[in-house]
Write a protein that binds this ligand. Structure first.
Ligand code: GLN
Length: 190
């Protein structure tokens, strides 16, 4: 079976490890370049993208992660993880960098400052109806070539796929429903 890493520098790592294991995957936290080298795919969790950006550089994971993704390693980012996978961000910190790889422009904290979090049911392609939990979430403002929109909320894409890269604005890892993770696991065997 494929071994899936969860980037473990910050964010809701434990929830993703649990969801991946429920989806039948072999999952392990990734904190060091050596650990990244041992996984076949990676999940970038929710959390705080500016902090993760800083820690990725401190832990010397930014360049190896970019190289692996450029090389075709499957990746799934939720919320802050979606921001990390985006080629371009709006309303980011002035010095904020991303890992990139997905031809999307995301707007950070897009749902408005007064609405810190909300939940809704969404239809997601290849998954079905999902309970989507948004916590200071980004949305996708623009999509480039080869980006498929899997779900929308407030008139914006909130789940997107490009080849073997997947990103959601919401946090399926906090709902106890592992179908989005199962879909990512299925993407590895294509
Ligand atoms: N607002 C956070 C950021 O910009 C993301 C929030 C989350 O992951 N729940 O990184």
């Amino acid at each position: 079976t494929a071994r899936i890493g969860v980037l473990a520098v910050q964010g809701d790592v434990r929830e993703h490890l649990a969801a991946l294991r429920e989806a039948g995957a072999d999952a392990a936290p990734v904190r060091r370049p050596q650990e990244l080298a041992q996984v076949d795919a990676i999940v970038l969790p929710g959390g705080e993208s500016t902090t993760m950006d800083r820690l990725l550089r401190t832990f010397e994971l930014m360049e190896p992660l970019r190289a692996r993704i450029a090389d075709g390693m499957p990746a799934y980012g939720s919320c802050a993880g979606m921001i990390l996978l985006a080629d371009e961000i709006l309303d980011g910190h002035p010095q904020q960098q991303t890992v990139g790889g997905m031809r999307i422009t995301v707007r950070r904290n897009a749902f408005g400052r007064q609405v810190d979090s909300y939940e809704t049911d969404l239809e997601m392609t290849d998954v079905g109806t999902v309970r989507a939990v948004f916590i200071r979430a980004p949305w996708v403002e623009r999509t480039g070539d080869g980006v498929e929109v899997l779900a929308q909320a407030s008139g914006h894409p909130v789940a997107v796929r490009q080849g073997n890269l997947l990103a959601t604005s919401f946090h399926p890892e906090v709902t106890g429903d592992h179908r989005v993770h199962a879909m990512f696991v299925r993407m590895l065997s294509r």
